[in-house]
Design a protein around this ligand. Structure first.
Ligand code: NAD
Length: 484
């Protein structure tokens, strides 16, 4: 028993216990040497007064085993309950969400017979840092954070995943034509890292047209890596158009711990009736077996499952009279997979796993330290909550605080330059960005920006925030306004 690999298992809510039972029976039949530690998560933990849905003691098990097989949970209605998924992801630093979206034509109905796409979504950064502010009566703000190490980790993970899984191409989606610094950094790092993988094709698409192409012609893509928000949306689109939301599993990979699950929820209305399809959780478990190095067992389980689907043994959710042979419940489906252990599919592509993707030390590595750049303060944007007049009036009045080497050079509203010049048609909200730059392009001292802020407040303005303007080795570290 001592050679067994420890994993942490949570049954979850709704259909969770049934699909977990089916999954574990199949894993056992594959001969996977696992040592299962059980923890409680979800509804009953929430209702026992734990607002994050997980008991403090459960973290110990996760830290010990480093592998978490998790069934879906029910998040109780009403406020005050924090998403367990987000908590686990953030606490354990699960930076990569990996979701294979495969069609099983002609055995499962889909418009995309040849689809076989893996979405690799950055899981920790972007707009999901959850840093939001209400700054004026009319304007809310959400901070979008993209970091160099965060982007390097996820992009390198995507290339390593492609290499290990014999994938030919990695595509990157961003919106860097608009978000030149944040998405621009992600794209730039993609180009840098792609050079380290000359054996793998690479390409970049602007996310809007890329998403349209993905929905229309998914067979044009192989592995697609994206920042968090685009990945969140498009991984659901990809799973849905594969025709099989109920069949998809996903992996959340961190440097120390990894979590594997189905992508669907706890389907409470189907609970306790031996109806649910265990395939999503099972395919999540297959990714887990690969991750912990049990590639032979992963292959056996995956191929027995493909053969079962191919043999027309289907649960109600994918049952279709024209292709299905037998409608079965959760338990009988698991029995059918176990009976086919050792068999391979005849029409569908058989699964082949070579090496543990998560076990590869290259995956998820950030690049080594770089030479530091010279960072210089060259100005400051001061944001005002103001609704007492026009842009022209604000520009003229605010120019009076120019002093001490700092000069008002531009005012923008919602990113559009409105002073000096500007267009009468531009709608202005109560949220103004006033840019002060050093007279003659000199370097600014932090104390100059502080005394500027003092003059602005003394003049009676409501300064709601400031944003320092830097150059890095002379390169501008801020964007210009539309029309500046
Ligand atoms: P859901 O995924 O549970 O169900 C959507 C639909 O798909 C339902 O019609 C359901 O019957 C069907 N379905 C889902 N999984 C199935 C399966 N394995 N076999 C057969 N049919 C299946 O989504 P929902 O109804 O929006 O959410 C239910 C609960 O699940 C909510 O409390 C939600 O918060 C939670 N949820 C949890 C997770 C998670 O733990 N990872 C993810 C999504 C939703």
């Amino acid at each position: 028993m001592s050679k067994n690999i420890p994993i942490t298992v949570a049954n979850g809510d709704g259909i969770g216990p049934e699909i977990m039972d089916a999954t574990l029976r199949i894993l056992e039949a594959s001969g996977a040497p696992l040592n299962i530690e059980r923890i409680d998560i979800g509804e009953k933990v929430y209702l026992a007064g734990n607002s994050s849905g997980i008991e403090p003691s459960s973290w110990e098990s996760l830290r010990r085993t480093k592998v978490f097989l998790k069934a879906p949970i029910t998040t109780p209605q009403g406020g005050g309950y924090k998403s367990l998924n987000v908590t686990v992801r953030k606490v354990l630093g699960l930076y990569a969400n990996v979701r294979p979206c495969v069609s099983y034509h002609p055995f499962v109905e889909t418009k995309h017979a040849k689809m076989d796409v893996v979405i690799v979504r950055e899981n920790e950064e972007d707009l999901y840092a959850g840093i939001e502010y209400r700054q004026t009566a009319d304007v809310m703000q959400c901070l979008k954070l993209i970091s160099r190490p965060g982007s390097e980790k996820i992009i390198r993970y995507a290339f390593e995943y492609a290499r290990i899984n014999n994938r030919k191409k990695v595509t990157c989606f961003t919106k860097d034509n608009i978000m030149k610094l944040t998405d621009g950094l992600f794209h730039k790092i993609f180009d840098e890292i792609a050079k380290e993988y000359p054996d793998i094709e690479n390409e970049h698409w602007i996310v809007d047209i890329g998403a349209a192409k993905l929905a229309d012609t998914p067979e044009a893509f192989d592995v697609v890596v994206m920042p968090n928000l685009y990945g969140d949306i498009l991984s659901d689109v990809a799973a849905q158009i594969a025709g099989s939301v109920g069949l998809a599993g996903s992996a959340n990979i961190g440097e120390n711990v990894a979590m594997f699950e189905a992508i669907h929820g706890s389907a409470p209305r189907r609970a306790g009736q031996n109806l649910a399809n265990p395939s999503g959780l099972l395919l999540g478990a297959v990714m887990m077996l690969v991750h912990i190095g049990l590639t032979e067992q992963a292959e056996r389980v995956h191929n027995a499952w493909l053969r079962t689907v191919e043999d027309g043994i289907h649960t109600y959710d994918i049952y279709d009279e024209s292709v299905s042979k037998q409608k079965v419940g959760t338990k009988e489906f698991a029995d059918a997979v176990i009976e086919r252990m050792g068999q391979v599919p005849q029409l569908l592509k058989a699964a082949k796993y070579q090496q543990a993707s998560g076990g590869n030390p290259e995956a998820g590595k950030a690049t080594a330290a770089r030479t530091p750049e010279k960072k210089e303060l060259v100005g400051v944007d001061v944001y005002l909550d103001w609704s007492a007049g026009s842009a022209k009036e604000l520009g003229e009045a605010l120019s009076k605080v120019n002093d001490d080497g700092l000069k008002l050079t531009m005012i923008s509203n919602r990113g559009v330059a409105v002073w000096p010049g500007g267009h009468s048609e531009t709608f202005c909200s109560d949220h103004w960005r006033c840019r002060f730059m050093a007279d003659g392009g000199a370097t600014v001292l932090a104390t100059q920006t502080i005394s500027l802020l003092g003059r602005i407040v003394t003049a009676g303005y409501d300064a709601i925030k400031t944003e320092n303007l830097y150059t890095f080795d002379g390169q501008v570290g801020f964007t210009l306004s539309q029309g500046e």
